[in-house]
Design a protein around this ligand. Structure first.
Ligand SMILES: Cc1cc2nc3c(=O)[nH]c(=O)nc-3n(C[C@H](O)[C@H](O)[C@H](O)COP(=O)(O)OP(=O)(O)OC[C@H]3O[C@@H](n4cnc5c(N)ncnc54)[C@H](O)[C@@H]3O)c2cc1C
Length: 453
């Protein structure tokens, strides 16, 4: 437990909560996020610096948190640690449409940044279903991906500049607003994806893209992922493809049933369903363009172009309500992997066979971001029983690296993928990761145990 002296010193620096005040806070995706029971809420870079220096003085471990929407257990905390909650860092600067950039504080939500950018016809070029809560700092720390990554890149590609408080309390001030910077090692990229182990992100400059204001959505069916990938390539070549989200039928049927939308996936045949979103000058021209492009697809097994915004929203509900799988199949194991596009059928068919060999009763749900080959997989047992983790892990991970894929696509390693990272990560890369973390944080106070022990 943190001492009364430490808490008084903390309260002298910034707003802090403990006891009953923490019990009323929203723990987010993981109940254990707030287990530390003491939360610092700094509102300036100087306050973060002072908190970090205090923690170094008292050898207190810190767990940075943003929206607590992370899906790899990176924000989990324990008694005796201090949570640094960045939600008061929520200022969003004025977007510069000409230069194509915006400066924001780390606790600003993605939605707040999207709203600000839309006023000048721009977008931060990244979107994910947790947009209302996920913060820019958390997205930088996890190198978030999402639905637009196949055309705009992941967070690493969106960040032009970064400010962060480093483990020794000094500030990395690299808030460049330009695309071309060639000044030796690009240190900010070490912070991006470091999951709070190398510093606390306080501000970022993000690159902007033109905002597409009119779009149409279609739900399409295919016999195989290979057919879906061919369709993706054709629609991309036609121009204006904004999103391509893939769902294997078991996932779509579970989420559609949970939202009362069973008729939608039933209108398409095939094991693989894809939501395509296409831009246009108006909804009608986008819908016409999408319909024309779909009619050219030789392997299409049925498709529905949404006729209204509310119908399109229903299509997206089926894709975005991923927690429906947990409601119907509680206690499942969640994975987030990347598979090269030309190996999707090979990988998913092999996965089904390997999981069935573990137990024929196990349910496998797969969906994800088609253009990136990013699959979100859930393996669950009937009646909320726990599937055998090491055998399921082997079924998911074993062939990925040989194929050229990744065991962690966009959610990060956190605590949940730590064993997989240790088992499948390149040994030299793992050694360097440890070396870098130790040299910046010799006392191991920054989000310890996440990514590696
Ligand atoms: C419904 C849903 C859909 C999702 N869809 C996607 C998706 O499509 N793509 C995707 O990539 N992710 C997705 N996610 C996961 C999640 O939204 C992202 O990982 C997001 O980047 C986490 O941001 P956060 O602010 O919630 O971070 P948190 O959960 O609070 O923290 C995540 C990690 O970042 C660290 N951290 C947080 N803030 C800071 C900071 N300021 N400085 C340093 N470290 C920090 C934490 O210590 C932790 O390790 C989804 C989550 C949900 C619930």
């Amino acid at each position: 437990m943190l001492s009364a002296d430490f808490i008084s010193a903390l309260e002298a620096i910034c707003t802090a909560r403990h006891g009953a005040a923490v019990a009323t806070m929203d723990a987010g995706v993981d109940e254990g996020n707030l287990a530390a029971g003491v939360v610092a809420l700094p509102a300036s870079t100087q306050q973060v610096q002072a908190v970090i220096r205090l923690c170094r003085q008292h050898k207190v471990q810190v767990v940075p948190q943003g929206g607590r929407t992370g899906l790899a257990g990176g924000a989990l905390s324990a008694p005796g640690q201090l949570i640094i909650d960045m939600n008061r860092f929520d200022r969003v600067g004025d977007p510069d449409a000409v230069a194509g950039c915006i400066e924001v504080e780390a606790g600003a939500t993605l939605q707040a940044v999207q709203d600000a950018c839309s006023k000048v016809g721009c977008s931060p070029g990244i979107d994910l279903a947790a947009r209302g809560s996920a913060t820019i700092g958390g997205m930088v720390a996890t190198n978030a991906g999402g639905m637009e990554a196949f055309r705009c890149g992941v967070m690493r590609n969106r960040v032009l500049g970064l400010e962060a408080v480093l483990p020794d309390g000094s500030v990395l001030n690299d808030l460049t607003r330009v695309r071309k910077v060639n000044e030796g090692f690009d240190i900010k990229h070490m912070l991006i994806g470091s999951e709070g182990r190398l510093g606390i992100v306080t501000r970022a400059v993000l690159a902007l893209e033109p905002l597409e204001t009119a779009a149409a959505t279609a739900l399409t069916g295919f016999a195989t992922a290979r057919d879906a990938v061919e369709a993706f390539a054709m629609l991309k070549a036609a121009g204006g493809l904004l999103r391509a989200e893939i769902m294997w039928r078991p996932y779509a049927e579970v989420t559609a049933a949970q939202t009362g939308l069973e008729a939608i996936p039933a209108a398409c045949e095939g094991d693989v369903l894809v939501l395509f979103e296409m831009a246009g000058d108006s909804h009608d021209t986008a819908a016409e363009k999408l319909q024309d492009a779909l009619s050219e697809l030789p392997t299409l097994q049925g498709g529905l172009v949404a006729q209204s915004e509310s119908q399109a929203a229903d299509f997206w509900r089926i894709r975005e309500d991923s927690f429906a799988v947990e409601r119907v199949w509680p206690g499942g194991l969640w994975y987030d992997v990347t598979v090269p596009l030309d190996r999707l059928d090979d990988y998913t068919q092999g996965l089904q066979a390997r999981v069935q060999a573990v137990s024929p009763e196990l349910f496998v749900s797969i969906m994800g971001h088609l253009g990136d080959g990013n699959l979100h997989i859930t393996i669950a047992a009937p009646g909320g029983a726990s599937p055998v983790k090491d055998r399921c892990d082997a079924a998911v991970f074993d062939r990925l690296k040989d194929m050229g894929g990744s065991i962690s696509a966009e959610h990060g390693i956190g605590l949940e993928k730590r064993e997989a990272f240790a088992a499948h990560g390149d040994p030299s890369r793992q050694a360097l990761t440890r070396q870098i973390a130790r040299s910046l944080d010799p006392d191991g106070l920054m989000n310890p145990g996440k990514i590696f022990v």
